[in-house]
Write a protein that binds this ligand. Sequence first.
Ligand code: G3P
Ligand code: CA
Length: 356
Amino acid sequence: MRCSNPSRLNLIRMLPAVLVTVMLLLDSLAVTALTGEATHHERLPFPGLTVRGSFMISRGNAQSARILVAHRGASAYAPEHTLEAYRMAIEQGADFVEQDLQITSDGVLVCLHDATLERTTDVEKIFPERARILEGQPRWLVADFTLAEIRRLDAGSWFDQKFAGARVPTWQEAIDLIRGHAGLFPETKGPEDYRDRGFDMERMVIETLRRNGLDRPGADPRTPVIIQSFSAPGLQKLRNALGTRLPLVLLIGKDAAAEWLSPAGLRRAARFAQGIGPEKRLIDANPSIVKNAHRLGLTVTPYTFRSSKTAPYADVRTEMEHYLYRFNVDSLFTDNPDQFPRAPESPRKGASGNGG
Ligand code: G3P
Ligand code: CA
């Protein structure tokens, strides 16, 4: 059938564009309802948190202070995930101290980045006969050892002899040390692998927080808690099945960038997380990620900033400054808490990379 009315014909031609606009509007309204945030201006970096006394984050402050997360403690200066590294991070002014979590064979959450013990302890010397051969290499899995056995290991000498005798801390010991001085930023490591061994890592994390009275936002204003993970299903479980209201951050490595950093991927992340934690070079390659995430009420916390690897930036302070004040990220993970720039500094030699 032919349409002879020109204005009706124009309307029919415009219909697809009108429909797309309406769908985009509805989508944005749905995300706003889920995150509880209306615009970037009203967005809180980490909802409802007061960190370290005078370090206040308040609603409506568009120029909010940036947040310093000490990566595995002050791990440029002390062996990662030891109480000494956590203590140093606090002394250097960390707002949050990160813990990577693993589970011992007798079901205790301990702080260790790797699922195996040989890189950061002397397990090879103490338990030479307990290795498994994985991909042709001897490996000592945390999950094969009881806490009492892991207690026997030296977790400091590999870094420097002056830290000889440092132990792998339980998460409870980390909480006891950090509480009242900084926030906790635990990461659930490999929850799917631990589920196959009969452990429910997400539930263990929430139960530990509950025992410590830290399982609700604002429960202890001096000790805010943010949970992070590369496992989207793990975070969805925390949000939905376990019903936590604590802020969640989805970590995004290069292999997951296509899935989560597209506009549609970010919208999906905003349904269960308050923030994203992309590998930092993903932002270098596409700085608009930050603006896109902020529009959805998501914070951005890239990883990892370390003095041992800063190219093409002159030093780690310059690099962090660029990400915080040019790319406009909310916070970041660094091995060098003492180098974190609390405010933009005057132009420094060696700054490079793309502006945001
Ligand atoms: O959790 C942020 C960052 O630490 C992720 O990388 O491997 O150091 O845990 P990874
Ligand atoms: Ca981590």
